[in-house]
Design a binder for this molecule. Structure first.
Ligand code: ADP
Ligand code: ADP
Ligand code: ZN
Length: 213
């Protein structure tokens, strides 16, 4: 099963992708996490990506595409995967379709997690992330058992630099202009589904599971 998560920054893509990954036993591939790992490890890619991410802009396609295509070629992706945060532009979607076509396959489900912009800012300001294992929490909606500590791995949680209010506004603008057109693109491919992302995490997950079967 090959799944794409679409939706605004902070809509809950990562949260849902993690739950799907656990239930269906397929890897979650988050380009944001890959970029952040590169920044932490001070790689060349990380240095280049950081300047864009800090401004709330997308990392250019030429830095993103090969990375994803290489990742999808790894053994653990043979039985399917969930892409969380990719594609984010029409050229990325076209490149993905092309790469999959070469293997005679395609995306089975594109899932749009719908959340209005008004709710997004609130979600982002309370988001806390684990820099070690990538788990995400919310200080109100999904708090860790112990304040500021990851339930899964015990690392200290952080607030992402790009989750500040000004950067969030910028990311939303970028989302509407560059990423939202993908909804039309996947509608045309016949695999587009939407879920109401304003409900609780469990309710949203229930809707997604009903869809995936
Ligand atoms: P969010 O969870 O808020 O949607 P992500 O962790 O997916 O954010 O992405 C954080 C940042 O990483 C983005 O704002 C962008 O700069 C960069 N990024 C992630 N995925 C992509 C992509 N597919 N194309 C371009 N830039 C990306
Ligand atoms: P994305 O990957 O789309 O950027 P996240 O999964 O990181 O979004 O979620 C953004 C923030 O909102 C996190 O703090 C997360 O804990 C919280 N969150 C996710 N889903 C819900 C939900 N259904 N209701 C309330 N808060 C949520
Ligand atoms: Zn952790």
């Amino acid at each position: 099963m090959k799944i794409i998560m679409l939706g605004a920054p902070g809509a809950g893509k990562g949260t849902q992708a993690r739950m799907i990954s656990e239930k269906y036993g397929i890897p979650q591939i988050s380009t944001g996490d890959i970029f952040r790992a590169n920044i932490r490890n001070e790689t060349e890619l990380g240095k280049k990506a950081k300047s864009y991410m800090d401004q709330g802009l997308l990392v250019p396609d030429e830095l993103t595409l090969d990375l994803v295509v290489d990742r999808l070629a790894q053994d653990d992706c043979a039985g399917g995967y969930i892409l969380d945060g990719f594609p984010r532009t029409i050229p990325q979607a076209e490149a993905l379709t092309g790469a999959l076509k070469e293997q005679n396959t395609k995306i089975d489900f594109a899932i749009d997690v719908e959340v209005p912009d008004d709710n997004i800012v609130q979600r982002m300001s309370g988001r806390r992330a684990c820099p070690k294992c990538g788990a995400t929490y919310h200080i109100r909606y999904n708090p860790p058992q112990q304040d500021g500590i990851c339930d899964g791995c015990g690392a200290e949680l952080i607030q992402r630099e790009d989750d500040k209010a000004e950067t969030v506004q910028k990311r939303l603008t970028v989302y509407h202009s560059q990423t939202q057109p993908l909804i039309e693109y996947y509608k045309e491919q016949g695999c587009m589904h939407s879920v109401d992302g304003t409900r609780t995490m469990e309710e949203v997950f229930g809707d997604i599971c009903a869809l995936l079967g």
